[in-house]
Each structure stands twice: as C-alpha cells, then as structure tokens.
Design a protein around this ligand. Structure first.
Ligand SMILES: [Zn+2]
Ligand SMILES: [Zn+2]
Length: 330
C-alpha cells in the first residue's frame, strides 16, 4: 500500500512519512525524536519500520531531530553533499581561522601524533583532540582524517561527535535514486539554503510530490509537479498579513524574496495557471502561524482550483504544525 502522512508542517518542524511497497521513508526530521515518535504513533505509523531519512535542506525546522532519530533507529540519512556539509557546520560552528593558522594547527597535530605514535594511540588526549577538530572546521577534519590514527577511537566517536550518523548517502538534484521500493526524484527549489530540493516519489505507480520552502515556482518545478496523484505544496503566507504583520522588515523581505517562501497567492496562481489538475489530493503546507490563517490559505487555493471543472472531485487538505494529518492512502 502507498501512504503519505504529514506529521508536521511549518516553521516549527517538518516531517512526512512516505510509504510504498515494503519501504518507509521519513522526509525531513524537523521534530524532536520524542515528538516524532509520538506523532507517528498517533498516525498509526511504527517508527521502527522506517528505512531511511531524506533531507530537503539544512534549515532547523527540517533537521532539528535528525541526529538523534537516525541514531536511535540506526538508519541511513540521504542528503545532497552541500546540505550535509551545511548541517555539519550548523552543529559544529567554526572558529575563525586564517589559512596560516590552519596550517600551523595541522603541523602541531601532526607533531603531536608523531610523538604519540606508539602502541598507546587513542588515549584520552587523542579523543579530546578529535572533538576539538570537529569544533573548528569540518572540512579540515575531513582532510586530516586520512592521516589520523583513530581506529581505536571509532567506538568513542559517535558519542563525542554531534554530526555522527549511522550512515550517510549522497544524492544530487536531477538524478533520481531508488530507496527500497520507492523511486525518488530530487529537484532544485529556489530557497535560501545551500542546496535545497523538493522530491517526487513514485511507488506502485503512485506519484507524490513535496514542494515546500520555495521562493517561487520555477519552470523546472512546474515540470516536476505534473502527473501527480498527491501534491504537498507550500502556502506559507498571506501577502497582506505578512506586510502588516509583526515581522521586522528584513525578515519580511527574506520571506517575500525569490529564495523565501511561497505565498497563498503564488500557490493559487500556480494551481490556476500551471498545474495540470491531475492529483487526487492537494495538501497545502508550511503555513505561517504569524502571517497566515488556515481558512485564508484554503479559500485562496479553492478559488484557484474550483475554476477548473476537472478538479472539482479533488481533495484539498491543510497540513498542520501541531498535529499529524490522517494518512492519505492509495
Ligand atoms: Zn521550512
Ligand atoms: Zn527552509
């Protein structure tokens, strides 16, 4: 059975479970692990049956519970390489360091390793320096890793390193991949993250898309969002509410920009003019709690969809921030 369950959607956390065949994928891990498991149970999903976690981008509302959840379940995490690096940097903020200082540090570390290059490798000092490295510069650590004598530390690393994950897999936008019984097509979206993506999932002939956190609907996104059975589309804010709302001007500018979030009006324009109307379910998601009202988002989208006779039978749902939606089953 193919199933799509939005557990949470919005700036306080995003998580969706996509199931098909014998495979279950968690799309984004923006809730704490505890809250994620609670909501999965509420929605009738068993966390232990998840096979993988797929990340759209590194913003906190999409990765908040990632490390704990992946470790607890012992499942792989799929990122683009850019998103993975950005996530690691977020967890291990860099200390400012010039290139000369970095070279000097590498020299000192090499000297220290040389001095300790006896059978006692991996004593407490060594493991401390691993933590220190990761706090300084992720890339530097990656380079240095090739020369590290850290085999005896490998047991300690997961507890010490906040970025440790059971397994990391990279994908690229535009290059489809398969996770178990689910085909995944990642596509680039315009958003102020390092390498943000949306996804089209296909399982048992059912096509479902996740397209939230995008400043506008690019020509490529329009192509991706065709012939779907389910579309989760961002309907972030009402333009007037945002304009008159509580956000500082700089934040308003960010939300409104081409790499911000999709407004009710922009989502409706897409639904009215570009969308092919094939999906049985359209779910509006990532609604702002400060600059939107569920009813406004619904009415704006309904107006756009109702203009088209072929869409009358379709279902329009609203994803929520604080409670899971009932699973959509095919
Ligand atoms: Zn978001
Ligand atoms: Zn975002």
């Amino acid at each position: 059975m193919v199933q799509f369950t939005v557990l949470s959607s919005g700036s306080k956390g995003n998580c969706t479970v996509v199931s098909g065949g014998r495979t279950r994928i968690l799309v984004d891990a923006g809730l704490s692990c505890r809250e994620l498991f609670r909501r999965m149970k509420l929605a009738g999903e068993d966390p232990a049956t998840l096979d993988a976690i797929l990340i759209t981008h590194e913003h906190q509302d999409h990765v908040n519970g990632l490390a704990v959840t992946a470790r607890k379940l012992g499942i792989p995490v799929y990122f683009t390489e850019g998103t993975h690096r950005a996530w690691m940097r977020w967890l291990t903020p860099r200390r400012q360091m010039t290139y000369a200082q970095w070279l000097e540090q590498c020299r000192k570390q090499a000297a220290a390793r040389q001095a300790e290059c006896e059978p006692t490798e991996g004593e407490p000092d060594e493991s401390d320096s691993v933590t220190e490295d990761s706090a300084i510069e992720v890339e530097v650590e990656a380079i240095a890793a090739s020369t590290e004598t850290d085999a005896p530390d490998s047991q300690k690393a997961p507890q010490k390193d906040p970025t440790w994950l059971p397994s990391v897999e990279y994908f690229q936008a535009g290059q489809p991949l398969q996770i178990g019984d689910i085909y995944v097509s990642p596509f680039t979206i315009p958003h102020d993250a390092v390498d943000p993506v949306g996804f089209v999932f296909q399982a048992e002939g059912v096509r479902m898309a996740v397209a939230t956190d995008l400043g506008y609907v690019t020509p490529n996104v329009k192509i991706q969002l065709k012939q779907l059975d389910l579309l989760l589309l961002e309907s972030n804010h009402d333009l007037e509410m945002l304009r008159d709302g509580p956000y500082p001007w700089s934040v308003k500018q960010r939300v409104l920009s081409r790499v911000g979030h999709l407004s009710n009006e922009a989502a409706a324009k897409f639904l009215e003019e570009e969308y092919d109307g094939q999906a049985t379910y359209v779910i509006l998601g990532h609604l702002s709690e400060s600059n939107n009202l569920p009813e406004l988002a619904r009415v704006t989208a309904e107006r756009a969809l109702n203009g088209r006779a072929s869409l009358l039978a379709n279902r329009l749902l609203l994803a929520e921030q604080h409670a899971p939606l009932l699973p959509v089953c095919f």
